[in-house]
Design a binder for this molecule. Sequence first.
Ligand code: HEM
Length: 402
Amino acid sequence: MTVSFEPAPAFPLKRGCPFSPPEDATAFRESGRPHRVTIWDGSTPWLITRHDHIQQLLGAVGMISADVTDPGFPNTSDAQPAVEGNIFFRKDGTEHLPVRRILNPDFTAKRSEALRPRIAELTDRLLDDLLAMDGPVDLFEHFALALPTVVICEVLGVPYEDSTTVHESSKKMVQLAIAQDEKVAAHRALHELLARHMEAKRSRPDNGLLSRLVNTHVDDKGDLTFEEAVGLGVLVIGAGHETTANMIALGILALLREPSQRDLLLSDPVAYSSTAVEEMMRYWSMVQTEPRRVLTEDIEVGGVLLKAGEGIICNLPAANRDPLVFADPERLDITRRERKHIGFGYGVHQCLGQNLSRVEMQVAWPKLFERIPGLRLAVDESELHFHDDALTYGVETLPVTW
Ligand code: HEM
């Protein structure tokens, strides 16, 4: 592979093959050290591509910061500090942890596992609707995006009937080719819907997250304002649906391309669904332009001194194909047992919703192929459009028939 490390290549990096990390990221990783990339504003943060380097940096609590308002943070746009500056996951220490602790109880492994039967029921309901349609159907919209939406509504305590509004708003929020004012309107509609439900839960409490936020945190403890509580509900929807939806769609695509892996999964879903999810997370590593941080102390990584005030961008796709960690890393193998992928991030900001997403994927893939054994792409694979530039990798649509 011939890759020039100078000048620093433009980031986001382009992929030559949709099923592999960008070639530059792979070459950077193989060189064994961080290299600079050039982002939209001309600045040149470090791209971290090795698995051990990412763990070293994201684990360096107190020496790195997630604060998007810091002048050295490698922002995604001019607007990022104003838009995200107050969100807890863009903060550190005492501004991050207390809010994370408020949300944690609804996303533990135990809570997500308890939802498994309900997730199975919701999956069947979506598949019933799908089977009632005439193909070809966009599986991204009607299944991959629809499932995380109805599931997160369940977690929040928003009734199934209102999930259509959540679905419509979420869909607009993830579409790349849509006017900004339409996105803002979709965001506002979601905010208003959650505020209405939260208000109602003051007199009719239930076990959902919205009820707990308003009754325990706004009214009893007073550690959140009503607006902050609604904001957290919207944020949880925003952080979870696009990621999970893209992963569900990419997983389906991988199983369509590799029927032997699909047959193995279906031969014993109980045995293989868990390893299949971990392997798909590793193989796709679909969060492709994050995590980002700014260094608050000098840190030596791979023989290079990264200086306080410099930005870093971690490249999960390259790290999760690191041959120092994974044997035969380019191969998709749903029986792989190492659980060392960092597709949900690493360190204190590691994904809040990972347990929930895992259960969704474990249920969704076997159920889909069991109920629609003849499922196949309705277009040639070369016609699928993958987004290289977005925060999350994925296909814009997944047209299928059966
Ligand atoms: C397959 C699906 C998902 C993937 C691949 C994914 C990936 C990630 C990654 C890589 C991070 C770390 C970001 C960083 O360190 O800067 C993260 C954080 C986060 N994720 Fe997820 N995520 C998924 C699903 C979800 C779901 C369902 C939720 C809903 C609850 C969620 C909520 C969050 C939140 C709130 C954070 C920030 C946590 C913090 O800063 O403490 N994610 N996710």
